[in-house]
Design a protein around this ligand. Structure first.
Ligand SMILES: [Ca+2]
Ligand SMILES: [Ca+2]
Ligand SMILES: [Ca+2]
Ligand SMILES: [Ca+2]
Length: 435
């Protein structure tokens, strides 16, 4: 009896620790559903076991003849114990340095394990709607039609996607598709909006062995003082070094928000052959680089003895790649969103507007702090900004407008709750599960 109690107590302790992200903390999800640890890749933040086989058929499984990383949802030991002094080897993965930097910055990090699913607005404990940033470092399996729809809608509705590609011919699981092909398939062949990002990947393989990008003459790294990536808050980026990577071609006529931050060696500020871009789509943001070597921290899975990692994160060009990746992560996680294609003009982070419960499964209460004379007006919108009907009641209690809606007649998915009084407006996302 005593033993049982102890086991339960330790289980509670364990899970409280695992789930103790704080309210408002930005959540970053690293993908591992697309063979990111196949071949000589180990693009994960922490893997406690190494038993993955990424079959050439595109299937995934464990227990074959390979010993690739099989990262679990929560990195161990717990991220709540990470301090400024924590070493990157606290976790076991070639992205552990990047991930521990994210935690030190105040973010929450998780992996989408190979058994997970890329969905948006679905009943899924790791649905993308529960995260701020989704990082996919060198996908090696095509995204399905449903996954492409989910990724595009995630960005369209305010999510941030970090797209990392490697060079052409980098098909690590031998299924016929490498990362630039896979990213282009998402960009040019999805059900939401094709060619919406303003860039696509080139099928190239080049190295810049010298890493000579400088700030003079023909700069390969943007030196604009307003550049949010090379002059970001984590540090100034003055050089990058590509080790068998590719570049991207920008098409600003497709999306005027696309911006270049670094170019292929020999190219310059006016060229559209870029190695680092950011863009915006709908309410969300995307960022991309054409090489998986910069995030590689040089330590990770060595099971089976076949994987050699190289420290691009802090080894190739000092702290420059670390600064680049963290500036990009911070840009994705924070700051203003734009919503030009959804009909929503501004999404305000508004602490005065609360929604409970969210995700919803029936009745939902929306509270809006309202000190104005007039009553607030409430509307519920779908992901395209169209108003949808749901039974609702309204009460005004002191300085609170309280709206109660019944979501049982709605389809499961993402909605926006909009509350407006005078010139004050609040918009918040509501996830309806209805299961
Ligand atoms: Ca671990
Ligand atoms: Ca592949
Ligand atoms: Ca590379
Ligand atoms: Ca590592």
């Amino acid at each position: 009896m005593k033993k049982t109690t102890l086991v339960i107590a330790s289980a509670i302790l364990c899970c409280n620790t695992l789930f103790s992200q704080t309210a408002g903390q930005k959540k970053i999800l690293f993908d591992n559903t697309h063979a990111e640890t196949a071949g000589s890749g180990d693009w994960c933040i922490d893997s406690d076991i190494q038993n993955m086989t990424w079959y050439a058929s595109g299937q995934t499984g464990t227990g074959g003849s390979y010993y690739h990383a099989n990262p679990q949802q929560y990195p161990t030991p717990t991220q709540t114990a990470v301090t400024s002094a924590t070493a990157e080897t606290y976790w076991n993965g070639a992205l552990s340095y990047w991930a521990t930097d994210c935690v030190k910055k105040g973010y929450w990090v998780e992996t989408l394990p190979y058994t997970g699913h890329i969905t948006y607005g679905a009943t899924n404990t790791q649905d993308l709607s529960k995260y701020d940033v989704f990082i996919v470092d060198e996908p090696n399996i095509l995204f399905t039609t449903a996954e492409k729809t989910a990724l595009m809608n995630f960005v369209k509705n305010g999510g941030s996607l970090f797209m990392i590609s490697d060079h052409t011919g980098s098909d690590r699981n031998n299924d016929g598709y490498d990362s630039p092909m896979i990213w282009n398939d998402l960009i040019t062949n999805n059900s939401v909006q094709n060619n919406a990002l303003g860039f696509k990947f080139e099928l190239q393989n080049f190295s810049d062995a010298s890493g000579t990008q400088t700030s003079g003459g023909n700069p390969n790294v943007s030196t604009l003082s307003t550049d949010s990536i090379t002059k970001g808050s984590f540090g100034t980026v003055s050089r990058v070094k590509w080790s068998n990577g590719t570049c991207m071609t920008m098409t600003p006529s497709q999306n005027a928000d696309v911006k270049a931050h670094a170019w292929k060696n020999g190219k310059g500020q006016t060229d559209t052959a870029v190695v680092c871009v950011t863009s915006r789509y709908g309410c969300g943001k995307v960022a991309a680089i054409g090489d998986s070597s910069p995030p590689d921290d040089g330590t990770g899975n060595t099971a089976g003895g076949s994987i050699t990692l190289y420290n691009g994160y802090t080894g190739d060009v000092g702290q420059n790649h670390r600064d680049l990746l963290m500036n990009m992560t911070i840009w994705l996680a924070e700051g203003s969103k734009n919503c030009t294609t959804t009909g929503i003009n501004s999404v305000i982070e508004n602490n005065e507007l609360t929604i409970y419960p969210n995700p919803a499964n029936g009745k939902v209460e929306i509270n809006f702090a309202n000190n104005a004379e007039s009553n607030a007006v409430f509307s519920l919108m779908n992901i395209n900004g169209q108003i949808v009907n749901a039974a609702q009641t309204h009460q005004k209690n002191n300085n609170q407008d309280v709206f109660t809606i019944d979501t049982t007649t709605l389809e499961a998915g993402i909605y926006y709750c909009k509350v407006q009084v005078a010139d004050k407006i609040g918009i918040k996302k509501l996830v309806v599960l209805n299961n």
